[in-house]
Design a protein around this ligand. Structure first.
Ligand SMILES: NC(=O)c1ccc[n+]([C@@H]2O[C@H](COP(=O)([O-])OP(=O)(O)OC[C@H]3O[C@@H](n4cnc5c(N)ncnc54)[C@H](O)[C@@H]3O)[C@@H](O)[C@H]2O)c1
Length: 274
């Protein structure tokens, strides 16, 4: 898919990767970009910045963990620009901890990082199938292909996000609907503040808490560039850190060895076993 003259919705676009995507889509000549976020004020600021730069953006306050809110987002987009060509289910939350994280924390990870993808698909798939075209971009994470040390709710939810993206790609692949799944490692955003500490602070001072930053911390604009290429190629897996492909191969090739390696990594980092 080329973005020129397309209508794109990006959730979690007030900041971070989502904002990077929205800015890049506008720069590619999208007819309309919808900046959706639970933080309406910051969404408006991002939309204003895109409009000031010559793009066409609309801010819509949205809670991606609520079906009615996602339906209203799609309706607002259609009213402003016409049918949604590209829906980026990008908003997500980092929920740390192990099995003893509270039920509310587990549910928050599941609602925001998993059900958001289901709600988005429910809202846009009928129209896309009827038109015989449309594109869903699901932001999961490398944590959804591998695992995130120290973050069981996040890992579980991101594996589920990859799974729902795969299921939609298989089930709707012959209807003209395209699906991509974005799986970065560390990106310099607010969600990754603790990962950023990891690269800037020695382990003795609480740094290096994550393996996700070992292959470098990308900027949201770097991720957006890789996404635009991935959408152009209509590739399912979009991997801004290409190393992830090899890690997944190793995981699938010898699961026991991979688990031993991850345990070594965890010990090196000095993470508690919760
Ligand atoms: N930053 C990383 O290192 C990294 C790595 C892999 C995957 N990701 C994924 O990328 C996506 C974007 O994360 P980011 O790093 O840009 O984080 P971020 O915190 O900078 O941005 C997330 C945005 O989502 C919004 N949001 C949170 N809950 C919402 C809800 N219920 N409804 C609507 N909006 C909501 C926030 O207000 C925020 O603007 C997430 O799905 C995240 O899991 C991030």
């Amino acid at each position: 898919m080329e973005l020129k003259d397309k209508v794109a919705v990006v959730t979690g676009a007030a900041t971070g990767i989502g904002r990077g995507l929205a800015v890049a889509f506008a720069a590619e000549g999208a007819r309309g970009v919808v900046v959706a976020d639970i933080n309406g004020d910051r969404a408006q600021e991002s939309a204003d910045a895109i409009n000031a730069d010559g793009g066409t953006a609309l801010a819509v306050t949205t809670n991606v963990a609520d079906q009615e809110s996602v339906n209203a987002l799609v309706k607002a987009t259609e009213d402003a620009f016409g049918p949604v060509d590209l829906f980026c289910a990008n908003a997500g939350v980092l929920v740390l901890g192990g099995v003893h994280a509270t039920d509310d924390e587990w549910r928050r990870a599941f609602d925001v990082n998993v059900m958001s993808h289901v709600y988005a698909a429910r809202a846009v798939l009928p129209g896309m199938v009827a038109r015989g075209e449309g594109y869903l971009l699901h932001t999961a994470s490398a944590a959804g292909m591998l695992t995130q040390l120290g973050a069981a709710p996040y890992s579980m939810s991101k594996h589920a996000a990859v799974s729902i993206a795969e299921w939609i790609a298989i089930t709707y692949g012959d209807t003209g609907v395209k699906v991509s799944c974005l799986c970065p490692q560390a990106v310099r955003t607010e969600i990754a503040a603790f990962l950023n500490v990891a690269v800037d602070t020695p382990p003795s001072q609480g740094g290096d808490v994550s393996h996700a930053s070992l292959d470098g911390v990308l900027e949201p604009s770097d991720v957006a560039r890789v996404v635009i290429e991935g959408l152009r190629d209509e590739r399912f897996l979009i991997l801004p850190h290409p190393e992830v492909e090899e890690y997944e191969r190793r995981r699938a090739g010898d699961r026991e060895r991979w688990l031993r390696g991850m345990r070594r990594q965890q010990a090196r980092i000095g993470l508690p076993t919760f």
